[in-house]
Design a protein around this ligand. Sequence first.
Ligand SMILES: *[C@@H]1O[C@H](CO)[C@@H](O)[C@H](O)[C@H]1NC(C)=O
Ligand SMILES: *[C@@H]1O[C@H](CO)[C@@H](O)[C@H](O)[C@H]1NC(C)=O
Ligand SMILES: *[C@@H]1O[C@H](CO)[C@@H](O)[C@H](O)[C@H]1NC(C)=O
Length: 329
Amino acid sequence: MGPLLSMWASIALLSMTLTAILASQYPFEMPGTPHVSQANVTFKEGPDVFSPKDLVQLTRPGSAVANPSGDLAFVSLSKYSLDERKYVNFMVVKGLTEYALSRRTDRKIQGKSQEVYAVSVQDEGVKSASEPALIGKFPATGLTNFKYSAEASTLVFSAYVWPDTNLSTIKEQDEAYENRGTTALVYDTAYVRHWDTWAGPKRSTLFSVSLKKENDQWVLGDDYLASLNGTDHYTPVEPFGGTDNFDISSKHIAYTTKDPSVPEAWHTRQNIYLVPLKGGEKPKQLTTGKQGTTNSPVFSPQGTKVAWTEMAMNLIVHFLQSKDCYLRP
Ligand SMILES: *[C@@H]1O[C@H](CO)[C@@H](O)[C@H](O)[C@H]1NC(C)=O
Ligand SMILES: *[C@@H]1O[C@H](CO)[C@@H](O)[C@H](O)[C@H]1NC(C)=O
Ligand SMILES: *[C@@H]1O[C@H](CO)[C@@H](O)[C@H](O)[C@H]1NC(C)=O
């Protein structure tokens, strides 16, 4: 979304620039006069010139994830190639002074599954990264917001799922929904839109799965635990929530979600809850229930405390009756 949005911004900027150049070069013509010549627009390029092409092809970084010792950060990068007319995604391991590149240029997600790879970082004076080695495949695509606890050998992530919270049935249910024969949507609750997309039947929820090193080999488990199954909690909260909506320790997941006891559309309130990483217990609410929105829960290094930010008051939206009031798509 981020890179795409900035790409849009760049294209919009580029076309605005082009329009401005063209407008200033055309001589005044009476309406109806056919164009007989075409202005040739060439962009100035050179090592000391920042051209529109450079702008479009700028590398767009994702957010950095630090390793536990804090001397390295992993950053995913995305770069648009004008020659190939596509985005090229790769990862960088960045140290304080050196960096190593691990390019995964042509490995696109294909078919039904999303894969997980391991890259080992060697430190022989200069840090370097190995070629990515395939660890395993997930049962679905679209999995995101990964967090790993090395102590608990557990990987936690989010996915948009159907009410059965089953990763294996997402694709099949997506296809059935796409082919339902109508695009009409009927809402009987007030929450209809997540910013710029219609709220649909799928919701965002958290999963955990075992990921551990056995005999020097990484092994991905196949028992996916839907940590919030059976609750009416959904996180990350749409549309802006991401890895800042939950945190994991070696024993727990702390997350923010809309307070399920108040109408979603009219209240800002989000509560923070704690649930065991291995499941088996109901979520425990940590917030007082008087606050507004909450964000960025983080565990202390020992996992004994959770900190988060919160809005002091719950803001409630009141709609006064008005005959001029209408909803527009
Ligand atoms: C644009 O370039 C073409 C090919 O180089 C040339 O024939 C034409 O005269 C140019 N047009 C203008 C308006 O400079
Ligand atoms: C998920 O769906 C698959 C395929 O239909 C099924 O085999 C599996 O038992 C389901 N898992 C759960 C936890 O319901
Ligand atoms: C989620 O809970 C429902 C109802 O209790 C159950 O049928 C389903 O198998 C559960 N899904 C997973 C992935 O545990």
